[in-house]
Ligand binder design. Structure first.
Ligand SMILES: Nc1nc2c(ncn2[C@@H]2O[C@H](COP(=O)(O)OP(=O)(O)O)[C@@H](O)[C@H]2O)c(=O)[nH]1
Ligand SMILES: [Mg+2]
Length: 307
């Protein structure tokens, strides 16, 4: 059964991919054996993180960029951290129908994750999803995350490049985000350029980031404007990174972070089991009652497992 599943995944069979995705979401122990078998066939896809506040138009942009990549005869995978993010509640019916066009296209796989059954978190599930789409032959993989706090850093640990989506309405907020943006963004998009204030926002961003080396692109997902420039910009950035060594460094960094998080998960699970829930909860109560401080408590637990 597993061998057959592996064979079908490598052929790019949509049903096989979907069934493994469900196992990934459940945190099923069978998944690891399949991932080990398909891993040698990964490393070909270009993984693009798309992040930004809710409602900025990330899903709409991914939808339009997917159409553009399909025109360029590239296959696409789309992953999202939570099921609501691909269809915002504000989206009009027309948007949903457009995204649905891709559902019936064999060249496009779409998947979002709810919670993760086992340990490791959604981030680990998304990472496994990326490997799966990659092994199944998808050439471009979009990962949509809402850019608040932790997720924003997580996306940088998952993708080869990060596109941050802003809108003209955000104006002054952008100043406050400057440091954070510079840290993670490879490309800044001012979406909803059909709304008033777009030019000012664009000028303001260009001035603020004059000394940074990332691109700034204006788009209107709804009017399908600027999408070809955005995709061209992504492709240029990609080939430049391949040439100047940035991609290779990024790849090492992604592998390092993946290995570290797997190691952390494994070591922690093992040690947590050794300590046991009871001893842990006993310490928690002692801390809450101020009979103990957390620093001495951790020393005590560490002693239990001989570290
Ligand atoms: N005016 C305008 N509205 C847009 C544009 N792109 C997306 N929207 C709308 O913004 C809302 C949120 O879009 P969505 O793609 O779900 O945003 P997300 O939460 O960032 O994924 C929807 O109602 C879209 O129709 C655009 O370029 N211009
Ligand atoms: Mg969305």
């Amino acid at each position: 059964m597993t061998n057959n599943l592996i064979k079908q995944i490598l052929k790019g069979d949509a049903r096989a991919v979907a069934s493994l995705m469900s196992l990934i979401e459940d945190g099923d122990p069978k998944v690891k054996a399949v991932l080990k078998a398909i891993y040698p066939h990964t490393g070909r896809a270009h993984v693009i993180g798309v992040t930004g506040a809710a409602g900025t138009g990330k899903s709409s942009l991914i939808d339009r960029m997917t159409a553009e990549y399909r025109r360029r005869r590239k296959t696409v995978g789309i992953l999202a951290f939570d099921p609501t993010s691909l269809f915002s509640t504000g989206a009009v019916l027309g948007d949903r129908i457009r995204m649905r066009d891709h559902f019936v296209d064999d060249g496009v796989f779409i998947r979002s994750f709810a919670t993760r059954g086992s340990s490791g978190g959604v981030s680990a599930a998304v990472r496994e999803g990326i490997h799966l789409f990659d092994a199944a032959g998808k050439e471009v993989i979009f990962v949509e995350t809402i850019g608040v706090g932790q997720d924003q850093l997580e996306i940088a640990a998952l993708a080869h490049m990060v596109v941050v989506v802003l809108t003209p309405q955000m104006g002054d907020e952008v100043q406050g985000m400057k440091a954070g943006l510079a840290e993670i963004a490879d490309i800044l998009v001012v979406n909803k350029a059909d709304l008033s204030g777009a030019d000012e926002t664009l000028q303001q961003l260009k001035a603020s980031f004059a000394d940074e080396d990332f691109h700034i692109v204006a788009t209107s997902a709804i009017k399908d404007q600027g999408i070809d420039s955005l995709v061209a910009c992504i492709e240029t950035h990609w080939s430049e990174s391949l040439d100047n060594g940035k991609y290779q460094r990024r790849r090492l960094s992604l592998c390092r972070q993946e290995l570290l998080s797997l190691l952390r998960e494994k070591v922690f699970a093992k040690l947590a089991k050794k300590i046991g829930d009871d001893s842990f909860e006993t310490q928690v109560k002692l801390i809450a009652e101020r009979q103990k401080d957390p620093y001495s408590a951790v020393d005590k637990l560490a002693k239990l497992i001989g570290i």
